[in-house]
Design a protein. Structure first.
Length: 189
């Protein structure tokens, strides 16, 4: 397939075409099966709607080449409330990997996050992807910890790497707090 046939498209969650949604969900079921177990076994959503998901994709003839979702959440950390925007569900189908599609999407996400009203940008990834995200403008936060669970005392520590962007004065002032104490989130996004 000629790469000139690959086009950039974007959709809010409600407008994401069913064909594209099903491809992303199929990829997720194979790559992150732990997100589709128990009560979530028949899950038909990519990301919870309360996170206001917005999809950026490269597609060719109705086929997903690469996908990224931007989400928004308000987080409390050490008594400070932060508006956070985050890329998630970053994926590229194997036949297109190594061609730079995900990097283009992450770079576009950074541009949009920087232009938004967010205090912080946060991305979580496997530690082996730290260099990739750093090359797209994310600041690694070695030593920063995130715990995930319904309440801090019942949370487990995430093994994902946290990278951040500090966008406002409030975000900049809070930078050290993320190294000092774990960030608690109720559920991964």
């Amino acid at each position: 397939m000629d790469t000139r046939e690959i086009e950039f498209v974007e959709f809010d969650d409600a407008a994401l075409p069913a064909l594209l949604r099903s491809q992303v969900l199929s990829f997720l079921r194979l790559q992150w099966p732990e997100g589709f177990t128990g009560d979530l076994r028949y899950r038909d959503w990519i990301t919870r709607s309360d996170l206001t998901p917005y999809h950026l994709l490269y597609v060719a003839h109705g086929l997903v080449v690469s996908h990224l979702e931007l989400v928004r959440v308000t987080l409390e950390h050490e008594g400070v409330s932060y508006e956070v925007h985050s890329p998630t569900t970053v994926l590229t189908y194997p036949s297109f990997q190594g061609e730079g599609w995900a990097k283009k999407l992450v770079t576009e996400a950074v541009r949009r996050i920087d232009a938004s009203d967010a205090d912080l940008g946060i991305v979580y990834c496997n530690p082996d992807l730290e260099g990739f995200y750093a090359s797209c403008g994310w600041t690694p936060m070695p030593g920063a910890r995130t715990v995930v669970g319904p309440e801090p005392t019942k949370a487990t520590e995430s093994t994902d790497m946290m990278l951040m962007r500090f966008l406002t004065d409030k975000g900049q002032r809070g930078r050290e707090s993320f190294l000092r104490s774990p960030l608690w989130i109720t559920d991964e996004w």
